[in-house]
Design a protein. Structure first.
Length: 478
């Protein structure tokens, strides 16, 4: 498992290291060496001999000056572009120690390798004027390496305009969460982390294959379906396909039983389509539903007061894990979300940005500007596990937060959320706690999307194809 940290956290860790006795110049020397090593590796790999550093006046710019001087001593063809008028003390010292070509105007030539040392984590607004021109210059070069963060990428991973588009990003000290959120996946390129001696704690979790593998142990021969839990899908009051997708995904999760309850008017739409699931015509909340290990509600159900009443009944009578998805969330938004505060069960909610906006009353833009904070705040207020879906899904349960690192644009299609809900229900029913079940399901959905895109393409696969790739996704982590 890896951990990722916000820009604000990293600034605090930097300050702590300095107060412990490590001079800023020493940290800058370490960072400069890490950047220099990355540039050397890229130069050898690409066969590029011309290198330009674009430096600002802060400590990120100082890292660039140090790296440029190190490379100059190794006889690399290096230039530095710096238009800053003010400098931090450490950057000013590094600038004065640089003995190579220093350009005070933007070159007209295109360099083989350009290194973005403009702002790092120190930017909170769109760049303008000369700095915007510098970003355009960076993006015109053949290969871009960003120091810490590409210029223009915000704390929440939103790429402002303009934004540097890096081919690789070298993080100083620890992985920055901005690089794995929202647009970070599109502008950071290959990500590496340089150890410059800064300790950290309290970051968001980034799970890897070995972490997921723990939830798929080798099974004993002497077992039966009763050993692997019971998932119940209560959905499809308006759109029967959503219920079918959720139940089909649950069946691939390894759960022992998958039950599917749909209303009478849609019962005939699903008869025979999913013979491995136990199909039920829904009339009322009953003992069979309440005895399931995990119950998922809302996929294709439609928004109604009747559904709101069912959710309230489940919140006060059910003792398993309740997954509220899609129209269950829209129903809460319309009729009142505060019923989540008084419950007998553990609750997982799975909103996409618009659904989360309705639930919270905050704009989509505000939520996406800091999705970690948004998911964490809602989780703490309502005592639920939040699965805030996006290209990099954020899972929050109180103080604990994870960012999912898998995924593909192939999942940007109707039905993907239904698949996640069913996979999550099956995973929780098998015994994984809500937070862990949410991380595992999100990871495997993303991996299935990656595999489908690699073997088919990014355009054609639909939700049924993603379900078909779930077994391969699970196999890939085992």
């Amino acid at each position: 498992m890896k951990f990722a940290y916000s820009n604000a956290q990293m600034r605090r860790f930097d300050e702590r290291e300095i107060t412990r006795g490590t001079p800023v110049s020493v940290l800058m020397e370490r960072a400069g060496r890490a950047i220099a090593e990355a540039v050397k590796a890229a130069a050898v790999r690409l066969g590029s001999e011309d290198i330009v550093f674009v430096c600002g006046g802060g400590n990120n710019g100082g890292d660039g000056f140090v790296a440029a001087e190190l490379l100059r001593h190794e006889n690399f063809d290096v230039a530095v572009v710096c238009l800053a008028k003010k400098f931090s003390p450490a950057c000013d010292e590094a600038r004065k120690n640089y003995g190579g070509e220093l350009l005070g105007v933007i070159p007209r030539r295109i360099y083989g390798i350009a290194v973005d040392c403009l702002f790092g984590t120190g930017l909170s607004h769109p760049v303008e004027g000369e700095n915007a021109d510098l970003v355009s210059f960076l993006n015109a070069c053949r290969y871009v390496i960003a120091c810490d963060l590409p210029t223009g990428l915000t704390e929440g991973g939103i790429a402002l305009s303009p934004c540097a588009i890096a081919d690789e990003t070298v993080c100083m000290g620890q992985l920055k969460s901005a690089l794995i959120l929202s647009d970070g996946a599109d502008v950071a390129g290959k990500i590496s982390v340089a150890d410059i001696g800064i300790s950290a704690e309290g970051g968001v979790e980034v799970w890897e294959d070995e972490d997921i593998r723990r939830y798929f142990p080798k099974r004993r021969s002497n077992t039966n379906k009763g050993n692997y839990g019971s998932a119940h899908i209560f959905a499809g009051g308006a759109l029967a396909g959503a219920a079918f997708l959720a139940a089909a995904a649950s069946l691939k999760s390894g759960v022992g039983y998958t039950r599917l309850s749909v209303t009478a008017e849609f019962f005939h739409h699903v008869v025979g389509r999913l013979p491995a699931a136990i199909l039920r015509e829904f009339h009322a909340i009953d003992g069979e539903m309440l005895s399931s290990d995990c119950l998922a509600v809302g996929m294709g159900s439609g928004v109604s007061e009747r559904l709101y009443a069912y959710i309230f009944e489940l919140l006060t009578a059910y003792t398993g894990v309740l997954v509220l998805d899609a129209d269950a969330l829209n129903t809460l938004s319309q009729y009142g979300v505060d019923i989540l505060k008084d419950k007998t069960c553990r609750v997982i909610i799975t909103p996409h940005p618009k659904e989360f906006s309705r639930l919270t009353g905050r704009s989509v833009e505000e939520l996406l500007s800091n999705p970690v904070e948004a998911a964490k705040a809602f989780s703490e207020e309502y005592g639920v596990t939040v699965v805030f879906k996006n290209n990099r899904t954020v899972i929050a349960e109180g103080e604990r937060v994870a960012v999912n690192s898998t995924g593909s644009p192939v999942l940007a299609k109707g039905g993907s959320g239904d698949v996640l809900a069913g996979l999550l229900a099956g995973t929780a029913a098998r015994g994984a706690p809500p937070f862990e079940a949410a991380v595992v399901a999100s990871y495997l959905l993303g991996r299935a999307g990656e595999l489908a895109a690699a073997e088919i393409n990014e355009y054609s696969p639909d939700a049924t194809d993603i379900i078909a790739y779930l077994p391969k996704a699970i196999r890939s982590v085992m």
